[in-house]
Design a protein around this ligand. Structure first.
Ligand code: SAM
Length: 167
């Protein structure tokens, strides 16, 4: 599929893929599917670890395009797309996750994390996109993860925050 400017970069996609592989993550959550460009990188890694992905997207048309793109990549069987309000969906989630990619509504990053805190396995890795380009909107998230967990900002592709839930 063709990459749009607001999707993650290919470099970030490869980093996410590698992180999933080295952590042997099997249970993966994505918040903010878009058209599924980032989901394809997650799913390629999940195929190798024997994992599955749940991805959440509020826009119906985006969710439909993501499904089409995943089908074209022959990765749709590894991915469950949940279309709807992510905070509502996350509140009712009972699965535990090894790896989370956050790329939804920037102002809600901290809300997402607090809502899924109960669902994160020890040593869960969280990657969050746009932490430099949208620094003001995600500042509360950055303060929280840097204070409570092992967390660092990677200065490429609009900023990626990598956090390890080490307690
Ligand atoms: C930057 S795009 C995602 C791009 C995708 N992750 C990629 O890199 O290929 C952000 C997406 O977040 C979605 N979004 C907006 N509010 C959201 C929310 N509350 N929860 C989840 N996704 C949300 C938007 O509809 C949009 O599709």
């Amino acid at each position: 599929m063709k990459r749009k400017p607001y999707f993650i970069s290919e470099e970030t996609g490869k980093l996410l893929e590698r992180l999933i592989l080295i952590t042997s993550s099997r249970s993966i959550l994505e918040i903010g599917t878009g058209d599924g460009y980032s989901t394809i990188f997650l799913a390629k890694a999940a195929k190798k670890t024997g994992g599955k992905i749940i991805t959440i997207e509020p826009e119906k048309e985006s969710a439909q395009r993501a499904l089409k793109n995943l089908k074209q990549a022959r990765l749709n069987k590894l991915v469950e797309i949940k279309q709807g309000n992510s905070l509502e969906i996350l509140k009712t989630m009972d699965k535990k996750f090894d790896f989370v990619f956050i790329d939804g509504m920037k102002r809600d990053y901290l809300n997402y994390l607090k809502t899924i805190r109960k669902n994160l396995n020890k040593n869960c890795v969280i990657a969050a996109h746009n932490v430099i380009s949208h620094k003001e909107k995600v500042q509360d998230y950055l303060n929280f993860v840097k204070k409570n967990f092992c967390s660092c900002t990677l200065p490429f592709d609009r900023g990626i925050e990598i956090t390890i839930i080490n307690r």
